[in-house]
Design a protein around this ligand. Structure first.
Ligand SMILES: [Zn+2]
Length: 224
């Protein structure tokens, strides 16, 4: 918003076509940023066949410049201005659809704390389905996973990751796991996850339940 206000002031001073053009471009980016929330929300509604909550979603930008996080809470996504800047620089970075997917996967359905990595990996996998459906950013995301995986020094099975404290673990979670699931060409993974959601929403899913209901994903969960 600050950028737009500055441009407004500038426009009042100069009234040049260039400034009007800049203003228009800034407005379009701002609209694009908020459209990402709406579009991903609508996609997941139809993916899971569930609009999640009767309450409206709250999108909250935290004013404190020290707040450099984004977080999905029940019916609410909060983010620091830093993430707005990230979107402006790299619109395909796709943190918004990741956080939005957590409304269903992480808030709508929970995993046991030790399976935090499993929840994050599947959130990324679900996000990939959104990128694929909107026809932008999917190939780039896959390329990005590949590049990051090649840089990782060790790989761990998702089943063995219990926290996200080290870089290696983060790499395994956000890059290797959804990438492998996509590579396996498991077209049924989406269907399996939709079913798991329907059967267990608003509950905590244990690893045993996951293994039982998602047998087809067992090898994926245990492989490095
Ligand atoms: Zn996440």
């Amino acid at each position: 918003m600050e950028q737009i206000e500055q441009l407004m002031d500038k426009r009042n001073e100069e009234k040049s076509d260039v400034v009007v053009g800049e203003l228009k471009a800034a407005r379009e980016k701002l609209d694009g940023h908020y459209r990402e929330f709406v579009d991903s929300y609508n996609f997941y509604c139809s993916f899971f066949g569930d609009s999640l909550s009767s309450k409206p979603m709250n999108i909250v930008e935290i004013g404190d410049p020290q707040f450099v996080m984004c977080q999905s809470l029940r019916d609410m996504i909060i983010f620091g201005h830093y993430f707005y800047d990230v979107y402006m620089m790299i619109p395909d970075f796709s943190w918004i659809p990741h956080e939005m997917a957590h409304q269903w996967w992480g808030n709508g359905i929970f995993f046991e704390h030790r399976d935090y990595a499993l929840g994050e990996s599947l959130t990324e996998y679900i996000k990939l389905q959104y990128l694929k459906s909107r026809g932008r950013g999917y190939e780039e995301q896959i390329e990005y996973y590949k590049a990051m995986m090649e840089r990782a020094e060790k790989s761990l099975p998702i089943a063995d990751i219990h926290s996200v404290e080290s870089q290696d673990e983060s790499i395994a979670i956000y890059h290797a796991a959804p990438y492998r699931l996509t590579l396996e060409g498991s077209t049924s993974a989406g269907t399996i996850l939709q079913q798991l959601y329907r059967n267990h929403k608003h509950t905590i899913v244990s690893r045993d339940t996951f293994l039982q209901e998602c047998k087809a994903l067992q090898d994926w969960l245990l492989s490095e």
